[in-house]
Structure formats: C-alpha cells, structure tokens
Design a binder for this molecule. Sequence first.
Ligand SMILES: Cc1ncc(COP(=O)(O)O)c(C=O)c1O
Length: 386
Amino acid sequence: MMLRYITNSRISEYLPVLSDFTDEEAEKVNSVHSLIEGFSPTPLRSLENMAADLGVRKIFVKDESFRLGLNAFKVLGAGYAAVKYFSEKYNIPTEELTMENIRKISSDKDITLITATDGNHGRAVAYIARILGMKSIIYMPKGSSKERYDLIESEGADVTVTDVNYDGAVLLAKKKAEENGYVFIQDTAMEGYTDIPLYIMQGYMNILRETAIQMGEEVPTHVFLQAGVGSFAGSMLAYMVNHYENYPRTVILEPKNANCVYMSKANGRPYEVTGDLETIMAGLSCGVASTIALEVLMNYADMFVSLDDKFARVGMNKLYHAKDPDPVIISGESGAVGMGFLYEVMTKEEYSTVKDILGLDKNSVVLIISTEGDTDKASFKSIVRI
Ligand SMILES: Cc1ncc(COP(=O)(O)O)c(C=O)c1O
C-alpha cells in the first residue's frame, strides 16, 4: 500500500497550548534569531508552471535549505532553545542579551549542550553551541550517514554513532545529561521534559512568520507538513490556528515505517512505533511523537497520511527538474515529501478520493515547506539522477 490516510475533525475550542504560538511570541522568536550574525529570511518560491500542470491556483515552496547556510530549518529551534535556556538560567531577559555577553558567560561557566539526532538537529545544536561559546555532544542512531556525521563534527562537536535507533539514542543522551549536568536540547517533549521542546517548537514558528510576510495578501488554502516527532508540524499548525482567521486545511505526512503520529490518531492514544523505522526520509524516522505536538495535531489537523518513500523521490525530482519559469529547488528526502504528495494526489486516479476530501482544485493555494536541501548528497544525486 503506497498511501493510507485518516481524516480528522478539527475542534473549535481554543486549547491553552495555542497561547505559546501567537504572532506576539513569533516576534520575540525573531528578535532572538536576529542576534545570530547573518540571520535573514529564507526564500519563498512560487511554482507557476507546476501549479498550471496540476490544476491548482498557486504552489508556494518555502526553501529552508538556505537557513544560515546549514541546509535545513532545524537551527531555528535549537538556536531559540539554547538562548532561552541561557536567559532563564542566568536571569537575563532575552531583550538584554547580545552574542558577546552570551559567549563570555558561556565560556566562563563551561556549558555543554547534548542531543540525539538523525543529522539536521545535531548539526544545528553543534553550530549554535559553537557560536554561543558552548560545547556540544551529539549521539546519532545506528546507520547514520557519514556525510551528516562529518558535518556535525566539523562544527566542533563530540559525535558518536550509537548502535541503537533514534529513540534509543534520545534515551542515551538524556541519561548522559543527567549524570554530567549537561543541557539536554531534545525536540521530543516527554513526561517531565517540556520546556526545551516547547522553545524548539516556538523557534520553528519563524518559518511561517516570514512566509506570511512574503505571501502578502495571498493566504494558503492547503498546507502539507511532514512529521518526525511532530514538533515542526505542531508548531506550524499552532501558529496558523492563531494567525489566520480560517486556517488552511492541514495534512500531516509521515513515512509508513515511522508513522507514530498517524498511529497515535488510529489508536486514539500516543503510540510508539518500534523497529528500525526504515525510510529514506531520515529526518522523519522517529517512533515516538512529542506530547506537546500530539496535542496540537490531534485537535487541529485535517488529515493524517502514512506513505511510501516513493512520494519523497517524486517530490525531489519534481522540485529539481523544474520546468521554466519555475526555479530549481534542491530539496532532500524529508523536505520534498509534501511536493510528492501533492503531485501524486493531483495526477493519479487512485488518489482522487483524497483530492476530493481535501477540496484540492483550481482555487487552491498550496504551501509546502522544503525543510532541507541535499543533506545527504550521494543519496540526492542517485534519486534525482544527476
Ligand atoms: C529535514 C527535516 N524535516 C522535517 C523534520 C521533522 O521535524 P519533527 O521531528 O519536529 O517532526 C526533520 C526532523 O529532524 C527534518 O530533519
């Protein structure tokens, strides 16, 4: 089975979790991000040719491969969380912080950040630690790509590829943090650990803050969000519920072997997917969803989809082999799945029910967030055949 879906009825009630994802909070996040040298919005691309081919009014792609030269969006979360941690620990309001005073205090106090990662989040944590004058320790799941390992190490981190899967690596990092007084910067909220994951989610909001400005009068009707632990998707959705009067139809996409959000919906309670979580979408290969994210997604999303790796391959190819005047977009496995989903649903008879349920038609304005570029270059080349 290439694709399975579950529809969801949104609630009209305003849950307290939404109050952390307002426009006002997003502005605060942007002020913190702006402390980072070279910080600027990533481009929002419009795919006119593709929109005409697929029979929708507009397709916008927010290209996070340009984020601070790191090829993925993750630094938005790690950066905001590290600065918020620092601000609270040393009791200095974020508005009074500068890079210089963070660096000075960090090196005096010998702060170490620790995390587990498939690659993108770890690179972001290592980068932030370096620029804030902190140290970093990164645990990667078994089978992690050598290229991603090297990139993290080149930021000065102490990196280990463990012999366990992603969720096992998270537990190892947590234990190490507790034993040594390191700061655990993980994006999965779990019982007793919610502050940092919340800051990470808040940090991601800047993607949609920028997008809303870039789109001007245009409002998306459909947004496709890929999920690993669900923090990214939960953050985007919570922001949209606050920001738009009628927020867009929202579809949550996951690889079929790591579909913990989909399975949580199917079972009506948080569900752990076990095993190797095998998928080419490395960033989405997570078996346990974040509790904060689940609260947002279960109540406000419109559809949960569990799909085959083929959708990521289709998306990567469609974005890379663009037809004039559409720009070429370099989007990696976890970044391109939204494009692949849109393409398949609009062009394959077998998915016509999904298309109808979502109301995708000539009036639709679709927003896709390409969350990474070619973070695994060898795999990218073999998939887009260059
Ligand atoms: C490129 C990319 N996209 C999406 C995600 C999913 O984010 P989350 O784990 O918050 O659901 C990740 C997570 O690592 C990622 O690396």
